[in-house]
Design a protein around this ligand. Structure first.
Ligand code: 5GP
Length: 222
C-alpha cells in the first residue's frame, strides 16, 4: 500500500512557523519556546483527512483495535479516535465497531536492546489475533521503537497492522528507511514538544507542537 508521508514541513521550518506571542501559550513555558510549528487547529484539520483515508483503507469485515502508545501518543490517539468514531457512525448501518487498548513500551537495558521492546500495561495482547490493528504514535524518529513494536505485535498474529503517527522526522538516523503508513506531518530534525510530546515530562500540557529554544533545553534537562 502507498504510504502517506503527510504535510511536509520544510527544512527551513522557521519560514513556516509562528511567533509564540500570537498564541495563548502557558506562561510557564513561553520563554523556553522558540516557535510554534503546528498549531492545534492545523493538526486537527489534517487529521480529519488522514482518518478519512485510514477509514477507507479498512476491511469492514474484520474487527478493529486502535492501540495507543503511551505516554506521548495519548493526545493524538484521542484525536484519531474522535474522527474514527464519527466516520464509523456515519457509515451506519455498516458501522465499524472498534476497541481501544493502551500500551507503554520499555526498552531493554541490557545488550539485547536490539530488535525488541518490552510492552508494559494494556490488556493481554492475545486479543489482537485476527484483528486489524491501528497503532497510534506521536512521533517516529529513527523508527527503531516502532520496528521493534511491530516485531512484538507480529507474534500475536493480527490480520493487519497499520501505523498512524502525528509526526515523522526526516532524520538520517532512520537507517532502515522505516515509513509509517499514515503520517500527519513530515518534519525536519528539531526537538518537538507539546501536544503530549514531552521533554523530561515537561511540555505535555501545551496545546500546539512547538520547538524548544536553548534556554528551554537547558532549564528542563534531566
Ligand atoms: P524512535 O527514534 O525510536 O523512532 O523514537 C522513539 C521516541 O523518541 C519517540 O516515541 C519519542 O518518545 C522520542 N522522540 C523522538 N523525537 C522526538 C522529538 O522531537 N520530541 C520528543 N518530545 N520526543 C521525541
Amino acid at each position: 500500500d502507498k504510504k502517506d508521508i503527510g504535510i511536509v514541513v520544510p527544512d527551513d521550518w522557521q519560514s513556516v512557523s509562528y511567533d509564540c506571542d500570537q498564541f495563548a501559550l502557558p506562561t510557564h513555558y513561553k520563554k523556553y519556546l522558540e516557535r510554534v510549528i503546528l498549531p492545534r487547529g492545523l493538526v486537527l484539520d489534517r487529521t480529519e483527512k488522514l482518518v478519512l483515508d485510514l477509514f477507507h483503507s479498512l476491511d469492514r469485515s474484520v474487527p478493529v483495535v486502535a492501540l495507543c502508545v503511551l505516554k506521548g501518543g495519548f493526545q493524538y490517539f484521542a484525536d484519531v479516535c474522535d474522527n474514527l468514531k464519527r466516520h464509523a457512525a456515519a457509515h451506519y448501518p455498516e458501522a465499524i465497531q472498534f476497541n481501544m487498548d493502551f500500551i507503554r513500551l520499555k526498552s531493554y537495558e541490557d545488550d539485547r536492546a536490539n530488535e525488541e521492546v518490552q510492552v508494559i500495561g494494556g490488556d493481554n495482547l492475545e486479543h489482537l489475533s485476527g484483528k486489524q490493528v491501528i497503532v497510534v504514535e506521536d512521533i517516529v524518529d529513527t523508527g527503531n521503537t516502532i520496528r521493534k513494536l511491530m516485531n512484538v505485535l507480529a507474534k500475536y498474529d493480527p490480520k493487519s497492522v497499520k501505523v498512524v503517527t502525528m509526526l515523522s522526522k526526516r532524520t538520517p538516523l532512520n537507517t532502515s528507511g522505516y515509513v509509517a503508513d499514515f503520517s500527519a506531518f513530515s518534519i525536519p530534525v528539531f526537538f518537538a514538544v507539546g501536544y503530549a510530546l514531552d521533554y523530561n515530562e515537561y511540555f505535555r500540557d501545551l496545546n500546539h507542537v512547538c520547538v524548544l529554544n536553548n534556554e528551554g533545553i537547558e532549564k528542563f534537562s534531566a
